[in-house]
Design a protein around this ligand. Structure first.
Ligand SMILES: NCCCC[C@H](N)C(=O)NCC(=O)O
Length: 435
């Protein structure tokens, strides 16, 4: 029997948030583990670095492609069912990877895992929108992003330590079993909305009711695509978040190695701390935006800081040391603006299609990362003009300037986009009646 007091409500809400967040963190493990165990995996299957890269990227292809379908499913059938099914699929994918007898079978693992974890992020964001008050959404989204992304920062070292005790195969099988266990707990304890858990509207905590759209999903998708605010918000998010992820995930480390001859370890410390700044600032910006009741100034500020960061990295006479730290931390912290863009996207559409809208923004950001990483690489190749020594292309700092300017240009488009985003005052602009 559910305890319907305020204490009972807060306990149920905490349990739901904790379970979904654990799945989200485990999703980050699945995402980064093939990279963290790269040597062991490559050694076992006798594959090149490029083949390992292709294997790991399978996760991102299915994950990105499945975002909008996941949003549609979550809007219609709720976070509980979709996250439970997704976590089982992810668990099975991890077990397939751990037991794989060949590289071909192993490649299926990240593919299946990407499919499974694609429901988790939108699932938790939708659940937060129903379980938390409107003026807490920025703060709770910030905590979600902080936990997920700090999980990815902290994962590298513990994963390396785990390898000293267990084989990579047993770690993947263990993670798979953990995912399946979390799926069972999610099914048992997560409820899609306070009403589903037996709580009645009327107390201060329950502001929204879960509403399911009765329209065909294609019509709902069309509504989202016709909403100008979604596009302006996406432009703003790509300007800060996609540029930063493209940098932290690929070009931020080689820039310090090629440009300043830093070791891999020293260089990766810069991107690791930039990611940590991103996570911590996510919490701060979400809380602050809720507190002042404004979203738009935070979005504009994020894009302006990001623009300053990219222009600074391209043109200022910086070096590894305090000036380098400052610029890396600046682009990392400015990327936290994404928390506010997620909140705005939820607030400018009907609550019944907020999952789809959140998924659309997330997919757009992921696509932006993939495109920006590739275009940055092409620009470097054009700049270095085929300078190859012993079959290896050689780059110097100058070859990175074009890519950094590309990021500055994308951030500038973000600044313009952010100026057109509607101020929501931390509230849903459109009310929807439960059927
Ligand atoms: N390649 C990373 C893109 C990140 C997009 C967004 N900021 C995010 O964190 N999404 C959460 C997720 O795991 O989908």
């Amino acid at each position: 029997m559910t305890d319907l007091s305020t204490f009972g409500f807060l306990r149920v809400r905490r349990t739901i948030f904790t379970l979904l967040t654990l799945s989200f963190i485990l999703g980050f493990f699945h995402r980064f583990a093939p990279g963290a165990f790269s040597e062991a995996v490559r050694g076992e299957f006798h594959i090149s670095a490029a083949a390992l890269g292709t294997l790991a990227s399978m996760h991102f292809y299915t994950y990105t492609a499945m975002q909008i379908p996941s949003g549609i499913l979550i809007d219609r059938w709720g976070s509980r069912l979709n996250v439970s099914i997704g976590a089982v699929i992810a668990g099975l994918g991890s077990i397939v990877f751990g037991l794989a007898p060949s590289f071909a079978v192993a490649s299926l693992g990240p593919f299946i895992v990407g499919l499974g974890v694609s429901t988790i992020f939108v699932g938790i964001m939708k659940s937060n929108s129903l379980w938390f008050q409107e003026n807490q959404y920025g703060w709770i989204s910030g905590i979600t992003m902080l936990l997920g992304n700090l999980g990815s920062v902290l994962a590298a070292q513990p994963l390396a330590v785990l390898l000293q005790w267990f084989s990579w195969r047993s770690i993947f099988i263990g993670a798979g079993i953990l995912s399946i266990a979390l799926s069972i707990l999610t099914n048992l304890f997560v409820r899609d909305s306070p009403q589903d858990a037996g709580f009645k509207p009327g107390n201060q905590y329950i502001q929204t009711q879960r509403v399911v759209s009765t329209k065909p999903w294609l019509l709902d998708l069309k509504t989202i695509l016709h909403n100008k605010n979604i596009w302006f918000t996406l432009g703003a998010g790509i300007g800060t978040n996609s540029t930063f992820y493209a940098f932290a995930g690929l070009w931020g480390i080689p820039l310090l190695q090629d440009g300043f001859h830093l070791s891999n370890n020293d260089a990766s410390l810069y991107t690791t701390l930039a990611l940590a700044a991103y996570g911590l600032a996510s919490l701060g910006i979400g809380w602050f935006s809720d507190r002042i009741g404004l979203r738009k100034p935070m979005i504009i500020l994020g894009n302006l800081l990001s623009l300053v960061g990219w222009v600074g990295l391209a043109f200022l006479p910086w070096n590894p040391g305090w000036s380098g730290w400052l610029l890396y931390l600046l682009v990392g912290a400015s990327a936290s603006q994404i928390v506010i863009t997620f909140a705005v996207v939820k607030e400018v559409v009907l609550p019944s299609i907020s999952g789809m809208a959140l998924a659309f923004l997330n997919a757009g950001i992921f696509l932006g990362v993939a495109l920006l990483q590739s275009i940055f690489g092409w620009i470097m190749d054009i700049s270095s003009n085929g300078n190859v020594v012993n079959g290896e292309p050689q780059y110097v700092f100058h070859d990175y300037i074009g890519g950094l300017l590309l990021f500055a240009a994308v951030s500038f488009v973000g600044v313009i986009s952010s100026l057109y985003v509607t101020e929501t005052h931390c509230q849903s602009l459109i009310e929807e009646k439960a059927a």
